[in-house]
Every structure is written in structure tokens, then in C-alpha cells.
Design a protein around this ligand. Structure first.
Ligand code: CS2
Length: 492
């Protein structure tokens, strides 16, 4: 069988009629947004909302995507005029849509100056980010810039050729200021607590290390709205590529697989205008915090628990794990334990929200690997699980279920699974985990305190709390003694 021809602008007319496509003049679109970290999540989420704004006739908001590391996305999208498909799936149906809001893709390291120049263009009003938690070069426990981070040290020494998003932002902000170009808005779309405020704190400190004036300028002139972003987007596989190619009759080198659900809550705080995202489904609010806590603690907290326990219990995907009644019961109970710590958004139906999360996790049409979610736990645990644990401890409430999730993370980061096979642990602190696991051995009483000593994750106070130490050690002993499957059943 010969491969189908490549998706591109000229061939849009040949798509099957059921496939949605850009119905506006892409040539008329100008670039109003530079997006750093052009991964699958951005393409399934913000780029789709923006696509709807373009389709409604406001052509100022085309997106220039940038990768700060690998050329893969550019290599996939460039030959197809930056067009790509999203496949929206649940067990009943699949809907395909070709999205055109991304106008071009650049690769930062290939030509940093070119990216800084594009970010300095006066038409650019927003620089948005999905660089993952670790892309902020911060200390996850405190939310402060990690001034010893290798990328931070590098970028302060080489401001014209940065590696991190912080370095690019500082360089572009400085250049715009020197040229008298209006400041842009920095919009974080990562799963960090108070992502706008966190980005502001970190970038202000970074800029102050460049020069005190630049630090002041960032703090005073740049807007950093908080956002809550939500859509489940598993990594694309070759099976997905082949399937989408067959349906389109055109080859798409990087289609995006996602779920029907999508949510975006944005703080209305922009200095140079923004697309009318509220006309296409986003919610604009004065305070994102309640939405964000609900999402980070209920969705992402459960996700991380499912990832570690599910992986240990040999479940490849979230849906596989949720098909195990013991895990499903545990997750429901974990969410109930979490709920008491939340200040809910006005009018929120938290019972309905939790039920919808269970449904979303059960979506068998998505192959969301537990291994994918297990990545970078050192950056995720604080906002997903540890905040809830602190709040429950403050109220004198038991924390056993959340402690089990932390213990499962500990068991996972030792790098050896329950059958003695190696685990591919991906985390900025993977080296520390390996050294700790080597010294402690598979002994809960040694392993738990050693991992709790990682201050960047646990901070001082929680790590010293006897109730927390005891609960985690007990759960970890159970995981070693009985395995994940039996232990989860006992905690549900
Ligand atoms: C997941 C998130 O990979 C992960 O850590 O928990 O990417 C999750 O799928 C999204 O936040 C859903 O909005």
C-alpha cells in the first residue's frame, strides 16, 4: 500500500466532508501570539479555542509555535503548512478536525535570535507557555526561582542565546522595552498552582538578576494572568497516525488524540488585548484560584495516584487501571477526602464534577499511559497531593489515602517494579532517587525518611510531621509486603 499524500493547505479541499477544517482565509491571519512549548497539550487546547476565534472573523490572533528543545514538532508540521488534526474520541464516536491557528513553528536552539526577534514583533500581544512544571526552573516546594538551575546559570551568562523560557522572555521583554514596543502578556498554561503569579515571581527574580531595572519593569509592566487549563491529551502513537491518515486520506505526521471535554478558566488580566476566548467556550473570571485548586487536586491528584498505583499493579493505561474495581473505589474515596480541603467556585457542582472525572478516566478510546503521567513526579506532587495532605493535617483529619499515593510514588521512583523489572523513571531528580534507593534498599523504614529528605519536594515542615512520616512509611511497608493491588483494596 502506498502512503497517502501529505496533509497541506492545498489539499484541504480533498478532505472527507465529515472532517472539520479552517473555514477562514489563513493568508489574512496575522501573528498575535507566540507560544513557547508547542506540544500536544497546546495543540489540543489553546490552539483550538484560538482556531474558533479566527473562524469567527478576528484574524489578529494567529499563533507562532516554538519548541525550546527538539525539532520534532517543527519537522512534522512544517511540510504540512503547520496544519494538524485533532481526533476527539470517546467510546461512542470520533470526530476529526484539522486546525489552522498555528501559522508556523520555530525551534529555539537552532536560532535563538530569530525567536527573540519574533517575540519582539509589535503585533505580538501575548506570549503563552506550556513548558511543563519543570520548565519554570523553580523549587517546587517554595515556588521560587532555583538560582542554581543549570539553565538559569546558562541563560544569565548567555542572554542572547537562552535555553529556558525564562531566558527567552527576559530577552524579548528587554528588547521591546529598549525599542519602545508595548509590553506583552505572559500567559502560563501549565498545571502549576497560581501559574500566573508563580510565573511572575520567578521571571521577576530572573530579570532582576539580569538587571534591577529589568526586574522592576517585569513586575510593573508585564501582565501574568492565572489560568486553569483542562483536557486529557495522551501522547500520539504510530497506530493513531496510521488511523488518522486512513480517515483523512492524507498523511498527518503528528495528529493529536484527545477527549470531548475541554475547560479553560482565565483571569482577565492582559496588557495588550486578547482574543475573545469567552465567545468560544472559555470562562473569564476575576479569581482563578478556586477553579485551579479543584482541578489540580481532584483531577491531577487522582491522576498521579492512578499513575503510580496503576503502574505498580501492571496497568498500562488509566482506563485499564480504572477498570480494576479496587482502584476505582480508592480513587472515588481519595477525591472525597480531597473535597473537604477545597474552597469551591461559586455555583460549582463538585459531586457532578467528580463523577465526570471518573467517566473521563474510564474513557477507553484514549490510551493514556500511566507511565506518561508518572513522569516528573518531583514537580507535580506538591500541588497535586501535598497541599491536600497539609490541609487535612491542619484540620486533624486522617491522611492515609493520600499517603498511599505518595508511598506509591516512592515505590515507583526506586526504579524497580514489583516483578523486579526496571522502571524508566523520568524526572529531573531521577539521579537523587537512584542514589537514595541504592542506599536504603527496599526497606520502607529507610526509604521513606530518605525520600522525605528531598526538601525541593516536601519542604521542611511537612517532612518533619510525625503523622505524615508514619502514614507514608506504613503505606510503603504495605506496598512492599502485599503489592499495589492488595494494598489499594485495603485503602479504598
Ligand atoms: C496529567 C495531565 O500528565 C499528567 O500529569 O495529569 O497532563 C492531565 O492529563 C491534564 O492536566 C488534564 O487537563
Amino acid at each position: 500500500m502506498t502512503a497517502p499524500p501529505r496533509l497541506n493547505a492545498e489539499r484541504l479541499g480533498s478532505l472527507p466532508t465529515a472532517v472539520e477544517r479552517p473555514r477562514y482565509d489563513r493568508e489574512a491571519v496575522t501573528c498575535g501570539i507566540v507560544h513557547l512549548g508547542i506540544g500536544a497539550f497546546h495543540r489540543a487546547h489553546q490552539a483550538v479555542y484560538t482556531e474558533d476565534v479566527l473562524a469567527a472573523g478576528d484574524h489578529r490572533w494567529g499563533i507562532l509555535g516554538a519548541s525550546l528543545r527538539s525539532p520534532d514538532t517543527r519537522d512534522a508540521l512544517k511540510p504540512q503548512d503547520s496544519l494538524y488534526t485533532i481526533a476527539v474520541r470517546d467510546s461512542e464516536r470520533e470526530r476529526l478536525r484539522v486546525v489552522g491557528s498555528i501559522l508556523d513553528v520555530m525551534v529555539g536552539p537552532e536560532d535563538p535570535e530569530a525567536l527573540i526577534a519574533r517575540m519582539s514583533d509589535p503585533t505580538v500581544a501575548i506570549v503563552s507557555l506550556t513548558v511543563t512544571e519543570k520548565g519554570y526552573c523553580h523549587d517546587p516546594a517554595t515556588g521560587q526561582l532555583d538560582e542554581n538551575h543549570p539553565d538559569v546559570v546558562h541563560d544569565l551568562a548567555h542572554p542572547a542565546a537562552p535555553r529556558s523560557a525564562l531566558g527567552y522572555l527576559a530577552a524579548a521583554i528587554a528588547r521591546r522595552r529598549a525599542a519602545g514596543v508595548r509590553p506583552f502578556t505572559v500567559m502560563s498554561c501549565d498545571n502549576l498552582p497560581a501559574n500566573g503569579r508563580t510565573a511572575r515571581r520567578i521571571l521577576t527574580r530572573f530579570a532582576a538578576l539580569v538587571s534591577p531595572e529589568l526586574g522592576r519593569h517585569v513586575a510593573e509592566a508585564i501582565a501574568f494572568p492565572d489560568t486553569m487549563v483542562d483536557r486529557i491529551v495522551p501522547a500520539t502513537t504510530d497506530i493513531d497516525r496510521t488511523h488518522v491518515g486512513r480517515v483523512l486520506g492524507l498523511a498527518d505526521a503528528w495528529p493529536i488524540m484527545t477527549e470531548p471535554f475541554t475547560q479553560w478558566v482565565i483571569e482577565d488580566h492582559f496588557v495588550a488585548g486578547r482574543p475573545a476566548w469567552e465567545t468560544v467556550g472559555a470562562t473569564i473570571v476575576g479569581d482563578v484560584a478556586p477553579y485551579e485548586a479543584m482541578k489540580l487536586r481532584l483531577l491531577n491528584g487522582s491522576h498521579s495516584a492512578i499513575a503510580y498505583l496503576g503502574y505498580l499493579a501492571s496497568h498500562e493505561t488509566v482506563a485499564d487501571a480504572m477498570a480494576d474495581p479496587a482502584i476505582a473505589a480508592y480513587v472515588a474515596a481519595l477525591m472525597d477526602d480531597t473535597t473537604v480541603t477545597l474552597t469551591l467556585p461559586a455555583g460549582a457542582d463538585v459531586t457532578g464534577y467528580k463523577a465526570s472525572l471518573i467517566e473521563r478516566f474510564r474513557n477507553r478510546a484514549l490510551k493514556h499511559r500511566t507511565w506518561q503521567i508518572a513522569m516528573d513526579g518531583s514537580q507535580k506532587l506538591p500541588q497535586r497531593l501535598l497541599g491536600t495532605i497539609r490541609d487535612r493535617l491542619d484540620r486533624g483529619m486522617p491522611i492515609a489515602r493520600h499517603a498511599l499515593a505518595v508511598a506509591a510514588w516512592m515505590r515507583y521512583v526506586t526504579g524497580v517494579d514489583e516483578r523486579g523489572n526496571p522502571i524508566d523513571v523520568r524526572d529531573p531528580l531521577a539521579g537523587d532517587f537512584a542514589a537514595i534507593a541504592r542506599d536504603a534498599g527496599p526497606v520502607a523504614e529507610r526509604l521513606a525518611p530518605a525520600l522525605l529528605g528531598l526538601r525541593a519536594i516536601f519542604g521542611e515542615e511537612l517532612a518533619a510531621d510525625e503523622r505524615f512520616r508514619a502514614a507514608v512509611t506504613q503505606a510503603l511497608s504495605a506496598l512492599y509486603a502485599k503489592g499495589a493491588k492488595a494494598t489499594v483494596a485495603a485503602y479504598g
